[in-house]
Design a protein around this ligand. Structure first.
Ligand SMILES: [Cu+2]
Length: 1377
């Protein structure tokens, strides 16, 4: 079993990457078990075959061919020979030359420590074989060649050879008379030095106790300590241990302690691990009480017999099998459950403090002893019992996303990595070491550890968290309880039992135990202590010489007072006695060691290694002089080599012995660097920066020709839609209703769909609820009111069963807004998702932060494409809960195709997927009071279309499994247009205008028009791209015949001339793009989007077309809004910067530690990614992917131009170039540079990946627009920045609305608010609020009170909105609900 297993350093947080710390042996295998087929496939993978879907990164290729490891554990040790000699003669006895050669020692014989002969050949073979197996696991040693202690046979022998130094074959091991108190004291000190080791010892002792062959006990082959040799190989192969391996570290330290005090390693592990919880619980749990009766049985000798195959349960073993495993060792299910509570330790969390995970704890400057790693509580049971955990067995061939390699990391990424790595060390040396390793790996001089594949994942979500209340969980505190914890499958099974799953006796016992432990910390403490003692001492029989006294237990308590033989050190814990102040201090954890002679003698040691033998001799001299017993043969140069970095002198007052003598006993110990350091020391000195170039990024280059139209095959001719172009339809299409196909790991709906059977419908228009025009100004505010509630609709699921949605005003997508440029809006969102309203729907779950006095399902609304003030921008943590209302004010300062959607932290993907998105058009039509749109666009009919995909379950409900197939992306088999699957629209044969939005969670589209009869391309010759995310382009761009790629959240506006198509039909298709759509599954009908029948609806439609012929004639260039605030000089300067790779900022969108990150960090760190963005300046941002994934990136607040892709202007698509945008697709492995114009507002805003699964897993950070002086690019500021009086005038607003959670703008209870359509003082106040407070003064200076006249001067303030007609309040219509 094993307790708390520290996750490896790079495996941290990551809600979904549960793999990390496995713990029991059983689980242990789950993560690493490599059945031979799997092993072969991994090898094949390494050799590259597995498929284009998962090409090897360069880093992986490097890893596959690791450099030769150093030949020794102590490469610089001049006394290595002595170490070898010690190993051979004192531990193993004489070993035959042949074996010695194989093992790296020269003579001697292998015996068990208890004296039985060991056939050396199998062991030698085992130690030198390429594939090494034990229990159920096989490890390919070549894959771990980087791991010094795994690769080096000598090191393995050194590390794991029998350790009782004075023992010889055939001798007995008598635990009596050993200095157990010193062993205890040493462990305690050691753990204070490096607390990580405390958890390592816990795990090592647990594993060690499992490494017994119960069929051989009692007996010399029973096992323990050395039996974990091969077990440790398994451990080392595990993902979380590939780097700082707890077994190795604990083994080294244990060997050191054991050899010094002449006891066995098995005992040392058991004793130290008994001390660990005491240290970690700040003294609350004391297994070794130090007084009274002895409790822990010692006397177990080390063995060289590996654990037999099959000794361990598999990872995904059931609860019943798991209980049976323990029962065979005499441990009840209740006791096993108690032991599992030690999982409450996890090392990565050492870095974080506080519930909010707001920062790392830096042990150099703060007391980090109470941060998560060191928490030792019944917390564990609260977590696992809260029904958030799921167990998922990965499918064969399923691979996790490639992590961003350390080699070549950018500075911010390295900083993030360094924070994570160094914070785990409490010693300065450890932190230095971690930094050095990072430096080497970054330069490619040291390979990064390989992360083996996991077979099973345990994941958690917020879902169901609330239900934990039923099991006694304080959900207000525990949801989200364990943001970043990992659980093993075994943990999850215990949790399921706790939640009521399972009827077996074992499940019942676990249920009662877990629930009891939740309720009582005390009960768990007691149960854990006794279970621990039982487990580690079950086989600790003291093998007396003649075998007659085998059952005579030798019990210690750590103080041994009861024997009268030893010290009262531990007795002093409870009460003041004759113990020295030192001892009391030691136990009170306030001990400060005296300055050390040893340390003084080794001052010149570098990195813990004496540079010259002479210094080591000096060191040894001192070492011997200071130690008891001076005759200890193990006090050798070898032990000293490396120099002590820590030395403690302890003085004990002994009790009187039987003869009345009083002793004063001094004891010392030293802990060397190599004992506690995980890694081989990096070469010294570190390479200078110049000699350590970071390898140049290798950019993928795509060759493409957007003007080439792929052939579309219509089969059979003319009648049916084109068949799926990607693969065999029998693999893509369900054979019948009820059957599910899986494409690239994503399941389809269990239905055979028939596209083009439903009619295209536009969403309803949002209706103005109230309107207000301030007299004497040209300022108007229109109010809308949107209720958010659930709705069920028949979307064409076979059988007509309704599908549940979350909706804005009952409409999916939400009502479409059509707003005139220059009129501000108030949109009131009433969140009706209260517990009562959600009851009986699929959305009954509740989420943080809607708890305590708040309740329901939280939402926040982002108007995507609007430069709203920060408090109205839909900040992810500005949540509106059930029965709450928030008023959003929008400026509508330029025409464009915007959309509004949910942005709630962590559940955006769910809220948006289930329906919370809608379209929002700001138009400028002259006929409706605007200034007119260019190119006669005013005259065209327009079609607003929202494309998204989805997948249904067998109950016709939208399927969303964040813990399962959708953990990285959500792809569905249904293409919706405005919520309707594959609709058919009828259009007149004339010019048509389309507004296209892709609102899917993950799926991008590549849209093209083809003739339905012939498959011939239509779009390339008949269509033009006229606008993007940020409004109109300067000139129309050719529609790409290959298809218009629209990434998630991107918008394009397209006009098409359908005059020649009267009576014909067109398909709107979705083309596959292997370069840009990596791993995107195409199901049976994913290539189909909609059908358009072109025909006249009435008489004369052909005879009297509107002036469509005049479109583009004459083609006068338009002025995009962004061009008003960017000069051509600015643009030229930015292009030059981009060509020279002079990015103002670089953001790498990557993956580390199982999380989606930006520059190595996530939202949770709440570290502002860019804190010095100047108001009204421009910057060049370089966006990169750190792995093989594509990410659609959205920057809030701004419009930008895409300058280069993969450092080339030619790779910017024609339709993207100089298109105003707020989204850009980062293709796999690509770089993009963008020119971002900041302004008009100051404040804190988000930027993130718009693949909503990535966004929800924290690929999101923030930037802060601050006053221009002092900003990074102050020189690029607009002229208005030269007018302090203007800026001051603007500050009136920005000083308040800079804060995205500005109090007065926050949600409030809905109760008591008058509906906006009801005329009232309240409504008038809400409507005049943006004008009275001049919220958008920079756009609308006229009419704002006390406005600075300069602000109204367009030459100085280019943000001013031109308003062409006097504005009047709109006539309010009955609000549609
Ligand atoms: Cu992404």
């Amino acid at each position: 079993m094993l307790a708390a297993t520290p996750a490896g350093p790079w495996r941290s947080p990551g809600a979904l990457q549960a793999s990390a710390w496995t713990v029991f042996a059983g689980a242990l295998q789950g993560h690493t078990r490599l059945p031979s087929a799997r092993l072969a496939s991994l090898q094949a993978y390494g050799a590259s075959s597995t498929s284009r879907l998962h090409p090897l990164t360069r880093a992986q290729q490097q890893r596959a061919d690791p450099p030769q490891p150093p030949s020794s554990l102590l490469p610089n040790c001049p006394f290595r020979a002595a170490v070898n000699a010690q190993t051979r003669t004192s531990a193993l006895g004489p070993i035959p030359d042949a074996i010695a050669a194989a093992l790296g020692v020269q003579d001697g014989a292998l015996t068990t420590a208890a004296g039985a002969a060991v056939d050396p050949a199998p062991l030698a073979a085992k130690l030198s074989a390429r594939i090494q197996c034990s229990a159920r696991l096989c490890v390919d040693m070549t894959k771990y060649a980087w791991h010094t202690d795994l690769a080096d046979v000598n090191a393995r022998v050194l590390l794991w050879s029998p350790k009782v130094p004075t023992m010889r074959a055939g001798q007995t091991y008598d635990p009596r008379g050993k200095d157990w108190v010193s062993v205890v004291a040493m462990c305690r000190e050691l753990f204070k030095y490096e607390k990580r080791l405390a958890s390592f010892f816990m795990r090592a002792a647990f594993h060690d106790s499992l490494a017994v062959d119960v069929s051989q006990c009692p007996g010399p082959n029973c096992g323990g300590a050395d039996a974990s040799l091969v077990l440790s190989l398994e451990e080392m192969a595990r993902p979380e241990n590939a780097e700082d391996n707890f077994a190795e570290l604990a083994g080294r330290a244990a060997k050191k302690i054991a050899s010094f005090y002449d006891v066995s390693v098995a005992d040392t592990l058991a004793v130290c691990a008994a001390v660990a919880p005491e240290v970690l619980s700040k003294g609350r749990i004391k297994i070794l009480t130090g007084s009274g009766k002895g409790v822990l049985r010692v006397g177990r000798l080390d063995s060289v017999v590996p654990a037999p195959p099959g000794n361990l349960p598999a990872a995904n073993t059931t609860l019943e099998q798991f209980a049976a495993f323990w029962a065979a060792r005499g441990i009840s299910a209740t006791e096993a459950t108690a032991l599992m509570g030690s999982h409450a330790l996890i090392d990565d969390q050492a870095c974080f403090q506080g519930k909010g995970m707001s920062d790392y704890c830096n042990p150099a400057t703060a007391d980090c002893s109470n941060v998560r790693m060191f928490r030792w509580e019944n917390h564990y049971y609260k977590d696992i019992c809260s029904p958030t955990l799921t167990v998922r067995t990965e499918k064969p061939g399923e691979l996790d996303p490639v992590e961003t390699p350390i080699v070549g990391m950018t500075d911010p990424e390295i900083d993030a990595e360094a924070r994570r790595e160094t914070c785990k060390f409490t010693s300065k040396e450890g932190r230095t070491m971690a930094m050095n390793r990072l430096a080497l790996m970054r330069c490619g001089l040291m390979p990064e550890p390989v992360e083996p594949e996991d077979g099973v994942t345990v994941t958690w979500t917020y879902k169901n968290c609330r239900d934990g209340a039923a099991y006694g969980i304080n959900v207000a505190e525990q949801c989200p309880h364990a943001h970043l914890w990992f659980y093993t499958p075994n943990d999850a099974y215990l949790g399921l039992a706790c939640q009521g799953v399972g009827t077996s006796a074992a499940a019942a016992e676990v249920r009662s135990a877990t629930r009891a432990f939740i309720k009582s910390q005390d009960e768990w403490d007691k149960a854990f202590s006794s279970a621990y003692i039982k487990m580690v001492t079950a086989f600790a029989l003291w093998p007396d010489a003649d075998g007659s006294d085998r059952k005579a237990a030798y019990l210690i308590n750590g103080g041994e007072c009861a024997t009268g033989l030893h010290l009262e050190a531990a007795c002093a814990q409870g009460a003041a006695g004759p113990a020295s102040a030192d001892v009391r201090a030691l136990h009170a954890a306030t001990y400060v060691p005296p300055s050390s002679k040893l340390r003084d003698s080794c001052k010149s040691c570098s990195q813990g290694v004496c540079p010259e033998p002479k210094q080591c001799e000096q060191c040894v001299k001192q070492f011997r002089a200071d130690r008891r017993p001076k005759t200890n043969p193990l006090v050798t140069e070898a032990n000293c080599c490396g120099c002590a970095t820590l030395s403690r002198s302890l003085t004990y007052n002994a009790t009187k012995d039987a003869n009345g003598n009083t002793y004063v006993i001094k004891t010392d110990f030293g802990v060397r660097w190599p004992d506690v350091m995980p890694f081989v020391l990096p070469p010294q000195p570190l390479p200078a920066a110049a000699a350590c170039p970071v390898p140049e990024r290798q950019l993928d280059t795509f060759t493409f020709d957007d003007n080439v139209a792929p052939t579309v095959t219509i089969r059979p001719a003319g009648s049916n839609p084109p068949v799926a172009p990607e693969g065999d339809i029998s693999d893509l299409c369900p054979a019948a209703d009820g059957t599910i196909v899986e494409v690239r790991g994503y399941p389809s709906s269990p239905f055979r769909w028939k596209p083009f059977t439903q009619t295209y419908v536009a969403p309803p228009r949002a209706q103005v609820a109230a309107s207000y025009a301030r007299p004497g100004t040209n300022l108007t505010v229109d109010a809308y009111e949107i209720d958010i509630f659930t709705t069920a609709r028949n979307i064409g699921c076979p059988g007509g069963r309704p599908t549940w949605f979350l909706s804005y005003n009952g409409s999916v997508p939400g009502p479409s807004f059509r707003v005139l440029k220059g009129r501000q809006t108030l949109v009131r969102f009433n969140n009706r998702l209260t517990p009562a309203n959600l009851s009986g729907t699929p959305f009954s779950l509740q989420f943080d932060p809607c708890e305590g006095t708040r309740s329901g399902r939280p939402i926040t609304v982002h108007l995507h494409g609007s430069s709203s003030l920060a408090p109205y921008d839909g900040w992810a943590e500005d949540s509106t809960c059930g029965a709450e209302t928030k008023d959003y004010y929008y400026p509508n300062w330029r025409a464009g195709f915007l959309w509004y959607h949910d942005h709630q932290l962590d559940i955006t993907s769910e809220n948006a997927y289930f329906g919370l998105s809608g379209m929002y058009t700001v138009h400028d039509r002259a006929a409706e009071g605007g200034c007119g749109e260019p190119w006669n666009l005013d005259a065209l009919p327009d079609w607003d279309m929202q494309f998204k995909d989805g997948v249904l379950d067998r109950h016709c409900q939208l399927y969303y499994d964040r813990a399962g197939p959708h953990r990285n992306n959500l792809y569905g088999d249904i293409n919706f247009v405005n919520g309707i699957p594959w609709p058919v629209a009828t259009m007149e044969p004339r010019w048509q205008r389309f507004r296209w939005l892709v609102s899917s969670v993950s799926r991008p589209y590549k849209l093209r028009f083809v003739d339905a009869a012939t498959g011939a391309d239509v779009g390339g010759s008949k269509c033009h791209v006229i606008a993007g995310d940020g409004g109109i382009r300067r000139t129309p761009a050719t529609f790409p015949a290959a298809g218009l790629f629209v990434a998630v959240a991107e918008r394009y506006e397209v006009v098409c001339d359908f005059r020649d198509f009267n009576g014909r039909s067109l398909y709107l298709l979705n083309a596959f793009d292997d370069d840009r759509m990596k791993d995107v599954p195409f199901f049976c009908n994913s290539h189909l989007v909609m059908k358009i029948d072109v025909r006249c609806n009435g008489t004369g439609c052909l005879a009297s077309p509107p002036p469509v012929n005049a479109i583009f004639t004459p083609l006068v260039p338009a002025q995009p809004a962004i061009d008003r605030v960017l000069s051509q000089t600015d643009i030229n300067a930015a292009l030059t910067l981009a060509r020279n790779r002079q990015c103002t900022r670089t953001f790498r969108f990557g993956r580390r530690n199982g999380q989606w990150v930006i520059n190595g960090e996530t939202w949770h760190t709440v570290r502002i990614a860019a804190g010095d963005v100047g108001h009204n300046t421009w910057e060049v941002w370089c966006l990169e992917t750190g792995g093989g994934w594509f990410h659609p990136i959205h920057i809030h607040l701004v419009d930008f131009y895409v300058l280069t892709r993969n450092r080339e202007e030619a790779q910017v698509r024609e339709y993207e170039r100089f298109t105003p945008k707020d989204m850009v697709q980062l293709d796999p492995g690509a770089e993009v540079s963008v020119l971002v114009r900041f302004g008009a507002h100051r404040g804190e805003f988000m930027f993130h990946c718009h693949n909503l699964m990535h966004e929800d897993f924290e690929m999101m950070r923030s930037f802060h627009v601050v006053p221009t002086p002092g900003s990074r690019t102050a020189a690029t500021a607009l002229p208005l920045q030269a007018q302090p009086s203007i800026v001051q005038n603007l500050n009136v607003v920005y000083d308040l609305y800079d804060d995205p959670v500005y109090g007065p703008a926050r949600p409030r209870p809905s109760a008591g608010l008058t509906p906006l359509r009801v005329p009232s003082v309240q409504t008038t106040a809400a409507l005049s609020f943006p004008i009275d407070n001049a919220l958008y003064r920079i756009y609308y200076p006229n009419g704002a009170p006390n406005v600075n006249p300069l602000l109204a001067n367009a030459a100085i303030n280019p943000w001013i909105v031109d308003i062409c007609q006097p504005q009047r309040a709109q006539q309010v219509q009955e609000q549609q609900v």
